[in-house]
Write a protein that binds this ligand. Structure first.
Ligand SMILES: [Zn+2]
Length: 383
């Protein structure tokens, strides 16, 4: 890697880039008038030295690129289609929506079908063409769940050692995150197996607290969409939402579209979780970045109306969110929060949760893929 101050060296490189930004959100502070340099897609300079004549001026605040841990689809296409063509569309739409990296997410399907989808999506990740947001690995949300939401309950399964073996074989190292219903038989043992294999476990789709702490003791470090499909938040009968808020080992991705979770509960959650444990996530389906209409989610027909996606029974079925929309909603709902907090909850925290060490901070050596928060409120990706 080049030294941070070696300006002349990287400027002569063909594939070098240089930006000068009004403000940059660094790990410990927001810094004014910052120069960022990159070579071969990696950050080689973050400083306040004079920029060269070729430097691109960016207005607003530069943040480390957003990372979305739950993307079922976007741009009219669904991850479960599992074709390179559909996944390329999703990756571009995720980028257009403000995230530079994401976890393509598969939901409950018949087990043999799911294994095939996992195999194909893993293959696409291995050969990703570099366009759009980078797929960091798979998120498997189902079938090891306890409470359906929009999933098909009769397809739910226990996470037996045999199934975990089949899963790991199909994913070939590309599995990053698995959602497990904590009350499911074998949930804690499965959590131990997966986390020992370097895979993050999130607890979710479970409306009771049984097994929750045992799974966290076994290595689970997150929940999946805090409050949604977790049962009510009750003051005496503790469920997963209360336990997640209370347990400082647990990070909490939350869908901030103003519908999945009311603005006041986003504020309440942030007061407890703070910038260390809150995570923005979209849970986007094909409707994200598109007009209202009918879309497919793992064989289920879902309808987007006024930007809210529901299945035929009226259950929320993913969202039409982009990370840019989620970020703007969060800044509206939590007035005290600014770009530094946003960088934590939309980039640093999700990247750390799945061990994506080259994302999550404007730091030397990290990927030069950023999210720019313009002064006019617009949000877009830059690289
Ligand atoms: Zn879900």
């Amino acid at each position: 890697m080049l030294a941070a101050t070696d300006q002349s060296t990287y400027r002569v490189r063909v594939n070098a880039s240089e930006w000068i930004v009004d403000r940059a959100s660094l790990p410990h502070a927001v810094q004014a008038e910052t120069r960022v340099g990159a070579v071969d897609g990696r950050i080689v300079a973050v400083d306040q030295m004079a920029a060269g004549p070729q430097a691109k001026r960016l207005r607003g605040t530069l943040l480390p690129g957003f990372v979305d841990l739950q993307v079922n689809g976007a741009g009219g296409r669904s991850v479960d289609e599992a074709t390179p063509e559909a996944l390329d569309v999703v990756a571009r739409a995720v980028w257009d929506g403000g995230a530079v990296a994401f976890l393509p997410t598969l939901i409950t399907a018949p087990w043999p079908v799911l294994l095939q989808q996992i195999d194909r999506v893993a293959q696409w990740i291995e050969t990703w063409n570099g366009e759009g947001a980078e797929p960091l690995g798979l998120h498997l949300e189902g079938p090891f769940l306890a409470t359906p939401g929009a999933h098909i309950e009769k397809l739910f399964l226990d996470p037996t050692p045999e199934r975990l073996g089949e899963l790991l074989a199909a994913a070939r190292g590309k599995l990053k995150l698995v959602t497990i219903g904590n009350a499911r038989d074998g949930a804690a043992a499965a959590t131990k197996t997966l986390t020992e294999a370097g895979i993050t476990v999130a607890l979710g789709h479970c409306d009771r607290g049984d097994g929750f702490t045992a799974c966290v003791d076994a290595g689970a470090t997150a929940v999946t969409h805090l409050f949604n499909v977790m049962g009510p938040l009750h003051h005496r009968k503790l469920g997963p939402a209360a336990m997640a808020l209370d347990d400082e080992r647990v990070s909490c991705p939350i869908i901030v579209d103003g519908v999945h979770v009311a603005a006041a509960m986003v504020r309440n959650a942030f007061k407890i979780l703070g910038p260390d444990r809150m995570v923005l996530v979209t849970d986007a389906v094909g409707a994200a970045g598109m007009q209202d209409g009918t879309y497919s989610l793992s064989g289920i027909e879902v309808t987007a109306k006024h930007g809210v996606v529901r299945d035929g029974n009226g259950n929320l079925a993913g969202s039409a969110l982009t990370m840019a929309l989620a970020a703007r909603n969060f800044l509206t709902f939590v007035e005290s929060a600014g770009p530094w907090t946003l960088a934590r909850i939309a980039s640093s925290n999700p990247a750390a949760l799945v061990g994506a060490a080259s994302y999550g901070a404007l730091t030397l050596g990290h990927r030069a893929a950023f999210t720019l928060l313009d002064d006019d409120g617009s949000i877009r990706c830059v690289r």
